[in-house]
Design a protein around this ligand. Sequence first.
Ligand SMILES: Cc1ncc(COP(=O)(O)O)c(C=O)c1O
Length: 373
Amino acid sequence: MSPDGSRPAPRATPVPRIAPLSLRGRIGRAQPKGLPVVNLGYNELPWGPTTRVAEAIAAMAGSVNSYGSPGCDSLRAALATANRLDADRLICGNGSEELLDVIGRTFAGPGDEILISAYGYIQFAMVAARVGATLVKAPERDSATDVDAMLDSVTARTRVVFLANPNNPTGTMVGLDALERLVRGLPPEVVLVLDLAYGEFAGFSHCAAVHDLARGFDNVVVTRTFSKAYGLAGLRVGWADCPPAMLPALYAARGMGSVNRMAQAAAEAALADIDEVHARVGRIVAERERLASALGGIGMTCLPSATNFLATCIDGAGPEVTEALVEHVFEDAGIVVNRTREDGLERYLRLSMGTEAQNDLLLESVGRFLAAR
Ligand SMILES: Cc1ncc(COP(=O)(O)O)c(C=O)c1O
């Protein structure tokens, strides 16, 4: 109330330009039995840094008063050598998530369309929301990208097409021939982003073939990350292989210091430890096949996965049973997994491959849940 007793006029408040987006609820409470919590919900690797990476981080600790290289020069050179690419086509970012955002902001705005596959990675929708573009979703076939449906969904307003292949949250992927059809079928002024965040789990040679395909086109970008196969999710390093003409605008949109000094050193060390990276990817892929088969044996169906996670559902059960299973594995075994909430995928939950012991724990806990139904 003001001194004369009248109500003050309501004050104006700032209005966000970006549509609000509620974050997915995740289990945040303490584990009721006091068990250690195992997070199989973020598609991370279950192991800590390799010795080389740990040493690189320790060695950098004494010089964090200095900025890292804004152009990540040494890391780009190492990436180019490791992947047989041209360093002048590469840009690094604070995780590939930043680069997806940078690409969206550089090429799309209000009134434009950003095209994705129906169950495409959630960040693509967030990028569209941030830039004010209309998100267009092309239908999938058997929970996998249908490139012909994507091509049919292109309009004169399409500016960017984002495709995670393999995809998150389904884990499914389409082959090179389909990718080639998409690349060749898109108008040359539409930017195509081929997100290979999980590419190493589909095969290092598959990743190389995607870069080879992209190199022939001035509108195709390939994004990669150190967060998954390289196990550096917490350090935030991603990179993109881009047509060189795009790079000045992408750097302008990205800002100077987005990849910190320690992260650059650690990523370079991870590249030097490539044998260990290959071994870890091999263990994850073997576990993925073991779990898919074991889950299949106890009444669950998994989508075919080319990643380090499985999207799986209980045969004949609805989303409420999936939700109960997500709660059960946390209460029973301290394991965090996520139910997928995308329209059409509500019956699924997504779980990342842990260590062999963690995966056994999960299987036993799921088995107890299913036996009690
Ligand atoms: C398909 C896909 N792309 C990109 C990312 C972003 O990863 P990061 O920002 O850690 O590189 C993720 C993370 O989960 C992902 O699932």
